[in-house]
Design a protein around this ligand. Structure first.
Ligand code: IP8
Length: 259
């Protein structure tokens, strides 16, 4: 159990301009990274594909179901994720945060995580290193590949490491009760998880998948936070266990003193 580690996903819609192919939101990246540079907690980072990986995976018709995809597409999607990752890594290096980039291929065997490699990510945080991985196209089996999302990586890494908390930095203030009023659900307790996982909340697309993974993480016992990635001061508050705007899905094992 690695209760000191915090797992954070930087959403693709925060770190890139989703509507502009292959364009990072450098200002948003630098602001989040600067905020994270001020915290002393061990962190593992995951990031999404935004207008890099998603742009090419749509062009080459590649999905999350394992299939025989275009070899060129596989190479291009992967390279675009390395490129995006490198931009984040460079931003971290500038602030001497000691990032260590880890492609998901290196800790996956088919669709299963290699436990020892994931435990090593936690060990590396003890050496003042911030492991950073990302959604990618990965080899599954028998010449089949699939897109492995950063959201799935969050669940996978959480289930092995059981971090103190998992945080999704997204492009909205949290999970909406309903899309019209844009009212944020502040807290989802264990007893309402089942109701929540039903149809009561109107969530669509990428957010739906994030919430599905977040529910899995919380059902395994960890608190999961949704916070606006464009407001890194809120992210900082979560890391400091202070109250802030956003949604928390309470895990069965509550993390210390969390509001
Ligand atoms: O943005 C997907 O990661 P996500 C990455 O977390 C690719 O869904 C390669 C499309």
């Amino acid at each position: 159990m690695h209760q000191d580690v915090v797992l954070i996903k930087l959403g693709g819609s925060v770190i890139t301009y989703k509507q502009r192919p292959l364009t990072t939101n450098k200002i948003a990246i630098d602001r989040i990274i600067k905020t994270l540079s001020s915290v002393k907690i061990p962190i593992i980072l995951v990031h999404g594909g935004g207008s890099f990986g998603h742009y090419w995976s749509i062009k080459y018709d590649m999905h999350s179901n394992p299939e025989r995809y275009s070899s060129e597409g596989i190479a291009v999607v992967h390279e675009s994720m390395i490129l995006l990752n490198h931009i984040i890594v460079k931003s971290m290096l500038k602030l001497k945060m000691n990032p260590y980039s880890v492609p998901p291929f290196s800790f996956m065997l088919g669709n299963k995580p290699i436990l020892k490699k994931i435990f090593e990510l936690a060990s590396m945080t003890k050496d003042n290193i911030i492991p950073i991985t990302y959604g990618d196209i990965v080899y599954r089996s028998y010449h089949r590949y699939s897109i492995l999302s950063g959201d799935e990586l969050m669940t996978m890494i959480s289930s092995v490491l059981r971090p103190k908390k998992a945080i999704f930095a997204v492009n909205v203030d949290g999970i909406y009760k309903d899309p019209q009023s844009k009212q944020i659900v502040q807290k989802i307790e264990e007893k309402s998880l089942i109701k929540f996982s039903g149809v009561n909340f109107d969530i669509t697309g990428g957010m739906k998948r994030k919430v599905r993974e977040a529910l899995r993480i919380s059902l395994a016992g960890m608190d999961v936070h949704f916070v606006n990635g464009f407001k890194p001061e809120r992210l900082l508050k979560i890391l400091e266990n202070s109250k802030t705007e956003g949604t928390v899905i309470k895990g069965k094992r509550s993390s210390t003193g969390n509001a």
